[in-house]
Design a binder for this molecule. Structure first.
Ligand SMILES: Cc1cc2nc3c(=O)[nH]c(=O)nc-3n(C[C@H](O)[C@H](O)[C@H](O)COP(=O)(O)O)c2cc1C
Length: 264
């Protein structure tokens, strides 16, 4: 049984996003897939205050609200579906707040190997940006993005032809998502995933003093000695690109952290 967590970033209980999620989810056999839904509108999610305790210490964020519970559910799922309305050309505020609060998972990617799918709904524009942003974040969390769709809210409600086309599109996307869930997402990472790993590995190696919590975590996982979260073999081309990205990240981090003593 695969567990899928759907995270809804809209306050509208029967909004366009909900309708799209239902259209997507009806392609999954309930004998094989178990769905759980979190409506962020019903959760207590406070703003990140920027104390960086989550990066510095193993004890994590001092705020007591529903975020640790949401993180636990994310970690326990095989796949995550994000659904967001487009507000101001990007994801909704409540979803962005959750992402801010889970930034620690970018530094310590406890979600790696999972699959994610993205749904963004809008009146006229911005789904492209929102889908792109969430796919980028999935990758940054260490997850694989099996796909994403942008949906026009008034048309999903009223336009029969659009609904039919969307039903077909979401069925195809669901098939892709199921296929992705069936394989071990950790076994065959894309070059992009390897490079993102390389970037974080280099950054965390150089951030030992600034963010010891991150450093200790990576050390404990043994990732500083590995080319990816799982033991894979890089080919010659990958090795060259990884070396380049390592050097580049070292340069960027050194400048950003002032390690080069005012030279840059
Ligand atoms: C505060 C706010 C900002 C919005 N910004 C945009 C926008 O930038 N672009 C757009 O096309 N629609 C925008 N919309 C419309 C919503 O994206 C659209 O109604 C969406 O489908 C709502 O999804 P839901 O029904 O699942 O909540 C905005 C709506 C609100 C309330």
């Amino acid at each position: 049984m695969k567990k899928i967590l759907t995270i809804i970033g809209s306050f509208q209980k029967e909004g366009a996003g909900m309708e799209a999620v239902q259209l997507f989810q009806k392609n999954f056999d309930e004998q094989e897939y178990e769905f759980e839904m979190i409506r962020l509108s019903e959760c207590n999610i406070q703003y990140c205050r920027g104390c960086t305790a989550c990066f510095k210490h193993q004890s994590g964020c001092p705020i007591q609200d529903d975020v640790p519970n949401i993180i636990e559910k994310m970690v326990g799922a095989d796949g995550i579906i994000w659904s967001t309305p487009v507000y101001g050309m990007n994801v909704s505020g409540v979803l962005k707040t959750l992402i801010d609060r889970t930034s620690m998972m970018l530094h310590r990617p406890v979600l790696y190997g999972k699959q994610a799918f993205v749904i963004a709904t809008a009146d006229v524009g911005g789904t492209g940006l929102a889908v792109k942003y969430l796919k980028y974040m999935n990758n940054a969390y260490g997850m694989a993005s099996s796909g994403g769709v942008g949906i026009y809210s008034h048309r999903i409600k009223t336009d029969r032809e659009y609904q039919n086309r969307l039903t077909v599109q979401l069925k195809k996307e669901a098939t892709k998502f199921k296929r992705a869930l069936a394989i071990d997402g950790r076994a065959r990472p894309s070059l992009m995933q390897i490079l993102r790993f390389t970037g974080w590995k280099t950054k965390n190696r150089l951030s030992k003093d600034a963010y010891p919590g991150d450093y200790d975590y990576w050390q404990r996982m043994g990732w500083f000695e590995m080319p990816y979260y799982t033991p894979i073999k890089l080919n010659v081309f990958q090795k060259i690109v990884v070396r380049f990205v390592t050097r580049r990240t070292e340069k960027i981090v050194s400048k950003g952290m002032g390690l080069d003593q005012g030279k840059g």
